[in-house]
Ligand binder design. Sequence first.
Ligand code: E4P
Length: 212
Amino acid sequence: MKLFIDTANIEEIKEVASWGVICGVTTNPSLIAKEGRSLSDVVEEIVSIVDGPISAEVMGDMSEQMVEEAEVLAKIHKNIVIKIPMTKEGLKAVSILSKKGINTNVTLVFSANQALLAAKAGATYVSPFVGRMDDLGNSGLNIIEEIVEIFDMHGINTEIIAASIRHTMHVTDCAMRGAHISTVPYNVLEKMLHHPMTDKGIERFKKDAGVK
Ligand code: E4P
């Protein structure tokens, strides 16, 4: 399973890129708004830090608007992936963009059927929202499992990005269920790094070796 970072914060992206563990970035309109900058400014900077898929979301409701926005964003860099919400108009846009060779990430996916439709329209990626599903009292992980099984069974190449990751166990669980990618917020990546026994072990090795 590949790891992406789910943020629009440049410092977080730089930091995690330096660990060598991420190969892509996902942003969304809320994350961009938090930075107080325009989407194009942010993604232009991100492509210079991470050499991998960078998702940038369109805001239009109609397929024509989405395609128009997508074409502008796609010109920024070859690694830009157009994030499109899972709607009827979104599917139309995905279908048009896939024929133009523009990569797409269908977002706000909450069921296996939505993922199947997105894949059939030609999506490069689908993003089921694990945490937001859990919030509703449904298991986000079950949806990941179903999509993985369906895509495997039917030889569908669309990659599954487990999104809306809230804690470290989500990452482990999505990996165990065969998600191709997890897009993980900075604070969760930080927590994945640490274990109290690792810190204790380092302390003891240093003490035994007489290193201060
Ligand atoms: C997906 O690509 C989204 O950016 C993100 O994972 C949403 O997560 P949230 O539910 O924590 O906002």
